[in-house]
Design a protein around this ligand. Sequence first.
Ligand SMILES: C[S@@+](CC[C@H](N)C(=O)[O-])C[C@H]1O[C@@H](n2cnc3c(N)ncnc32)[C@H](O)[C@@H]1O
Length: 418
Amino acid sequence: MSQAEIESLLKKTMGLNSVSVGSATISRAVQKRMNSRGEPDINAYYHEIIHSRSELDKLIDEVIIPETWFFRDNKPFQALDQIVKDKYKKETTKGKKIRILSAPCSTGEEPYSIAMVMLNNGLRSDQFQIDAIDISSRNIEYASIGIYGLNSFRGDDIRFRDKYFIDSPEGYILDNSVKKSIKFERANLLDPSFKINRSNYDIIFCRNLLIYFDRQTQSDVLTRLSDLLNKDGTLFVGHAEGGALIGSWSPSREFPGAFAFSKPDPHVLANSLKNKSTSTGSIGITRKQIEEKPLARPFSSVTKPVIPANTQGKGKAHDLDTAAKLANEGHLVEAAKICEEHLRDKGPDTQAYFLLALVREATGNRQQAVDYLKKVIYLNPEHYEAMVHLSSLLELLGDINGSKNINERASRIKNKAS
Ligand SMILES: C[S@@+](CC[C@H](N)C(=O)[O-])C[C@H]1O[C@@H](n2cnc3c(N)ncnc32)[C@H](O)[C@@H]1O
């Protein structure tokens, strides 16, 4: 028995693709559990986890990446606010209850942020329901307590903390008005019984989970979520996960940068699943899909003046704008080609590297994306957006300290600018 068997058990149980977190992370987690069980033999430990659900759960708690914070990425919450105002608020006066799923919810910051958006809209807690699930019982327990440390408050605007929390020696205690609107539950999104006894949702948040899955698992989970979403509902995914939905789900043009998608037509979904066999990338994009379907405009920021003025040649702005436009339309291969040609002809350039990084990120090649982002930061040490992307990618690759350092550097730049 070897670590490979344990990795394969984790993949089967929770979908974790060892490539996404790295075998070393899994090895450290296994070692930690073996030490605390006083078990030096990996074979014996493997037998323990296949026979003891509680030990397997403890190993899962060790391998998961629970990283989360209130109003993470902000844009999805602004989009939610707008959707509630435009689409649902009026209906609640006629008795509608807005149903929302936060899966995975980790330690609760995401569903509580959702609840704050609802309460800020003047909704009563009986006018909406938020189901929040996570595979980790430790996370669910933490979430249900509702006391948070400083690390959970990372944005620039934390006025919500004064409104909904009480500062105490134990930490920031969440107000009951927010707590009571959420039903926390330990659940596994991969479990075939996950859908049973659940009514459909108007909004689903499934952010920063698909990145840990391989293509087939992403596709299975997305089919499950599609079944659970109302016809005119909205699915939010994480900023590095939009690529997994290309070709079947429709990105919302109304909320760029929020990674909001509408439910796929069942026929389109069936076809896209059939086409997966001709996939070109590791995140489920077929060549045909890359050519035909637009992304949720993750590349729009590239057209902003992120490069120092003295490096902006006339021809350059033109061809890189074209590349950004192509990337936004889903023509990732062509966009990358233009950037590469640009770099070959005109030498190192922040804008070309940054766009290439985003393209690589969208096609699942995180390591290359990291390398390009490092080049951007080397050329322009004040490049805030590159740092934000690099920080999340490092987190995904399991380099939590590296991610934290870059995140702190990005915050310093932002503070300096404001
Ligand atoms: C990085 S957190 C994401 C939290 C939140 N959605 C966010 O974006 O801030 C990932 C969470 O996924 C959970 N998770 C991993 N596999 C899961 C599965 N198969 N079913 C449910 N939750 C899972 C982990 O326990 C972890 O808390």
